[in-house]
Write a protein that binds this ligand. Sequence first.
Ligand SMILES: *Cc1c(COP(=O)(O)O)cnc(C)c1O
Length: 330
Amino acid sequence: MAPYSCARNEFSGEASVYLDANENPMNGPYNRYPDPLQLALKKKIAKIKGVRETQIMLGNGSDEPIDLVFRIFCEPRVDNVVAIDPTYGMYQVCAEVNDIEYRKVRLNPDFSMDASRVLAAVDANTKVIWLCSPNNPSGNLLDRSQMRRVLDGFAGIVVIDEAYVDFSSESSWLSDLGKYPNLIVLQTFSKAWGLASVRCGMAFASEEIIAYYNKVKYPYNVNLLTQTFVNEHLDKETEKAEWVAQILKSRADMKQQLLGLAVVEKVCDSEANFLLVKVKDANAVYRELIARGIVVRNRHNVTLCNDCVRITVGTPAENERLIEEMSKMK
Ligand SMILES: *Cc1c(COP(=O)(O)O)cnc(C)c1O
């Protein structure tokens, strides 16, 4: 398949007169189509992450690189993918939109993963295995040696979603990219970087996989405003590190305080910026918090999450209000 060849692809050097793309000559710089490969931004990201620019795909949030995995690697109504359960909901949504069978492998009650059970769900038509670590909604890291067994034992694509990696005590899988040509690592600017509204997600993989991404994605999938805004934010690494440190401290405080409340039965260990909390009656807690103007995520109907709510770590003042309201509940 030949990708769409846009004006910005056919000529990518520096010229003084651009009459190739039917743009309006006025209203610079917004009149021009943006760089389809976002090279200036990738250059900066490559340096920070220790990868080559050609190992990066940028998308409209992580949603885009997630969806494109199905569109690139799976044949509708023929192929299937395997994923841990519970996990982030977008993998299943994208599977269903693309008409690809989605096979769930239930985690252990402590949300740990047995590689052997994941690999047992694989058949000849399995093209992708979805892992998420730290996982959502549980917040735990998957065991590294179990993940390695999945990577070693499966010849198809293995996606590791690291949206919460900045909050975790373990390092990224990025350093293993060279070892696993079938590995895709997902990260995002939506969490630690505080840019959820800007919509920019990252996929890191072998150059071969990134070439497929570039072929299938919309040519101008990341607009100029996002490219320049994220680029500027990358200079604020110190500020981001301070935010993360603050959130980690609040996460520990919040866990301690929650454990002291009558309504709380259990708080899962978290390597992310949220806590999965088991309460006496999740529906009631959710409802009562809403009535007091506080929104948490009710996970009661999610696998292994009976009577659990997922609570994002907020500012110290926000966390205090949550604890205050929850302390009134029995
Ligand atoms: C929040 C989250 C994302 C981020 O998605 P974006 O589209 O980049 O905002 C990705 N994966 C997981 C598991 C998440 O929880």
